[in-house]
Design a protein around this ligand. Structure first.
Ligand code: LMR
Length: 335
């Protein structure tokens, strides 16, 4: 019945001179943020490009806002999926790979990057293969890195986060599932609390946690600033994403389809960097204009105090990540 319906639909279009294919492959792209964020927009663009470049042989369905999978649960689902025609794809933040990769934790090291240009220097270098190596053995194929931006800290209460440890003392901070973020919060003087992204707004609003760290576009699109008093421009680490797909699905795709998917990702990655740079500026401005939370700039000297307070995190994780790899990253970044 279904195929008869499809045939009826295809004939008039074919007669009109259009080539129409039913999709042979479906990619379900799951993510947790809002559609208008740099990740959400890049996922939509990727979907459009893939469909165009495969003449509809691949259909990409994008599921934003944790609609399909909450937080890093998607990685487990991806590992278990063995379908050769329906593939799961996602772009969890680099911090959420902690169960599958020790080396990717490098990205969480506080003050590793001065700015987003530093990030691109690393991500575009051959070191990126070393940082993400071994994921295929866990059933995950790493494809590219997408930006969100540098993270800022927000807090509820009567004073902004500026002095460490004084301003962090007695405060609870929501973090992602990152051991390094947990240690960093402790060194800043606060208490870390791991929570899925979907629960952050309510946890902040109900006082389950006092503050959180995130990029501007997530703070704005999820309205965190509406339930926070201050945002400190700490730029202490990077929020970026590793785009991954089930390795099994990827290996079974025909070469021409893989080429079309890869070229679409390449273009979506270039666009994502632009979206992220724009959102960084625009969403900061919107947060300041909304006047729920006060945006508090920090001087380099103030950031330096935070950097020194969190420096022991580097020593703590050096062996786990690999000392040689950390040295090579530092060398690349001119440290
Ligand atoms: C978070 O959990 O705070 C972020 O990883 C969400 C995201 O995907 O940007």
């Amino acid at each position: 019945m279904k195929s008869l319906f499809r045939a009826l639909l295809i004939v008039p279009l074919a007669l009109a001179g259009m080539q129409v294919y039913a999709a042979d492959y479906t990619i379900k792209f799951s993510h947790v943020v809002a559609a208008q964020t740099p990740k959400g927009k890049a996922a939509e663009l990727f979907a459009k490009l893939v469909e165009e470049r495969t003449n509809g042989r691949v259909k990409v369905e994008v599921f934003p806002n944790s609609q399909l999978y909450n937080d890093n649960k998607v990685l487990e689902a991806m590992r278990l999926s063995d379908s050769k025609t329906t593939g799961l794809m996602a772009a969890p933040s680099l911090s959420k790979f902690v169960k599958f990769s020790k080396t990717l934790q490098t990205f969480d090291l506080p003050y590793l990057f001065k700015d987003i240009n530093d990030v691109h220097k690393l991500v575009d270098s051959p070191l990126m293969d070393r940082l993400s190596s071994g994921l295929d053995k866990k059933g995950l194929r790493a494809l590219t890195v997408w930006d969100n931006g540098m993270k800022v800290f927000s807090i509820n209460g009567d004073k902004p986060l500026r002095n460490v440890p004084a301003d962090f003392k007695g405060k609870k901070f929501r973090i992602q599932s990152s051991k390094i973020a947990a240690s960093m919060i402790e060194h800043l003087g606060g208490t870390p609390q791991k929570l899925p992204f979907k629960e952050v707004y309510t946890a902040l609003g109900q006082g389950v946690v006092d503050g959180q760290e995130n990029a501007w576009s997530n703070v704005y699109s999820k309205k965190f600033h509406e339930v926070q008093s201050f945002v400190s421009v700490s730029n202490h680490s990077y929020l970026g994403y590793l785009v991954v797909v089930s390795d099994e699905f990827w290996k079974n795709l025909p070469a021409d389809i893989r080429t079309a998917v890869s070229s679409s990702l390449k273009d979506a990655t270039a666009a994502n960097r632009k979206y992220a740079a724009e959102a960084d500026k625009a969403d900061r401005k919107k947060i300041a204009a909304d006047k729920y939370a006060k945006v508090v700039d920090m001087t380099d000297a103030e950031r330096d105090v935070w950097r020194k307070a969190t420096a022991p995190v580097w020593t703590e994780f050096r062996d786990e990540i690999g000392g040689e790899l950390i040295d090579d990253v530092n060398k690349l970044l001119g440290r």
